[in-house]
Design a protein around this ligand. Structure first.
Ligand SMILES: *[C@@H]1O[C@H](CO)[C@@H](O)[C@H](O)[C@H]1NC(C)=O
Ligand SMILES: *[C@@H]1O[C@H](CO)[C@@H](O)[C@H](O)[C@H]1NC(C)=O
Ligand SMILES: *[C@@H]1O[C@H](CO)[C@@H](O)[C@H](O)[C@H]1NC(C)=O
Ligand SMILES: *[C@@H]1O[C@H](CO)[C@@H](O)[C@H](O)[C@H]1NC(C)=O
Ligand SMILES: *[C@@H]1O[C@H](CO)[C@@H](O)[C@H](O)[C@H]1NC(C)=O
Ligand SMILES: *[C@@H]1O[C@H](CO)[C@@H](O)[C@H](O)[C@H]1NC(C)=O
Ligand SMILES: *[C@@H]1O[C@H](CO)[C@@H](O)[C@H](O)[C@H]1NC(C)=O
Length: 237
């Protein structure tokens, strides 16, 4: 049997631990970020558990930095309730250098809770070692050989949304890509001039997640088979 004073101390420690866990699970509904506020699914980087995509608002960097893919991007501002203006400086450098990496780094995060899109955008098909069939299929497209890839695209920005398919047809070795399109200029000259590193990003929460987060005060999570589930509990402070 330990002396009572030690038991008290252990009880105290347990309480402290519980308090800390509780404090950590309290999330604010929004976090101030320069001249706007961050709300779910975004969160302040110091409270990264309180959202899905962290933003660093007080770096020494000129703009807040948003983490949506491997490299952070400049968050220039909030355009509306579900739109940010963003500048991807990594992409800007690829475009300026005419780098084939331009075509490999544009995917937006895929999440069961939130859908993203930027517009306007231009669809390209990036094909590895295209067969005769693939060349025929894209015979009315423009092409660009870029390192190991053959890039097919059409300059006209089409009104109707192109069919989103990851694999153009099975075994083709082609993937579809959508790049932010530069507006207010005629399509001419260098292919990299078609694209813009600065774009408007729009997002929507899925219906499930919106209801879970706003109506039930829960947390949007996925289970082991990557299916949505809402973890109940007072997430909002
Ligand atoms: C933001 O600034 C506060 C106060 O200056 C500091 O405590 C915190 O660590 C900073 N966070 C980041 C991510 O730089
Ligand atoms: C975007 O970033 C690039 C590279 O840092 C920079 O040259 C360009 O001026 C930026 N554009 C905007 C709209 O901030
Ligand atoms: C978001 O929802 C609006 C209205 O339902 C729809 O017009 C828009 O295309 C959606 N955007 C995304 C990125 O899902
Ligand atoms: C490209 O634009 C279309 C039509 O506006 C939209 O449906 C699609 O989600 C956009 N793609 C990306 C990657 O944002
Ligand atoms: C690229 O386009 C040119 C001219 O239209 C065509 O002759 C060539 O076969 C195309 N290359 C590929 C790999 O599709
Ligand atoms: C685009 O092309 C049209 C017709 O060729 C011309 O009238 C217009 O001035 C051009 N715009 C720009 C921004 O170059
Ligand atoms: C995940 O959730 C789905 C939908 O609620 C359910 O059908 C499935 O059995 C769950 N899988 C696991 C491993 O929990």
């Amino acid at each position: 049997m330990a002396p009572p004073i030690i038991n008290h101390f252990i009880t105290f420690l347990l309480h402290l631990l519980l308090f800390l866990i509780k404090a950590d699970s309290k999330c604010q509904k929004s976090y101030p970020c320069r001249d706007f506020h961050l709300e779910f699914p975004f969160t302040d980087i110091d409270h990264s558990k309180c959202g899905l995509f962290p933003v660093n608002c007080n770096s020494s960097h000129e703009n807040p930095l948003i983490y949506l893919r491997e490299f952070p991007m400049d968050l220039l501002g909030k355009v509306s309730d579900n739109k940010f203006q963003i500048n991807d400086s990594v992409l800007a450098n690829y475009f300026n250098g005419g780098s084939c990496n331009s075509f490999a780094n544009v995917a937006l995060p895929k999440s069961p809770f939130v859908s993203f899109s930027y517009s306007p955008n231009l669809t390209t098909f990036n094909c590895f070692n295209p067969s005769e069939n693939v060349r025929d299929y894209f015979s009315r497209y423009e092409n660009l050989s870029c390192d190991i890839l053959e890039i097919y695209y059409k300059r006209e920005a089409t009104e109707e949304a192109p069919v989103v398919i990851d694999d153009v047809f099975p075994g083709s070795g082609c993937v579809m890509n959508q790049m932010p399109l530069r507006t207010g200029q005629n399509f001419s000259g260098e292919v990299f001039d078609l694209f813009s590193s600065s774009f408007t990003l729009e997002w929507n929460l899925s219906e499930d997640c919106h209801e879970c987060y706003y109506d039930r005060g829960g947390q949007c999570l996925t289970n082991d088979s990557n299916q949505f589930y809402c973890k109940r509990g007072n997430v909002l402070a």
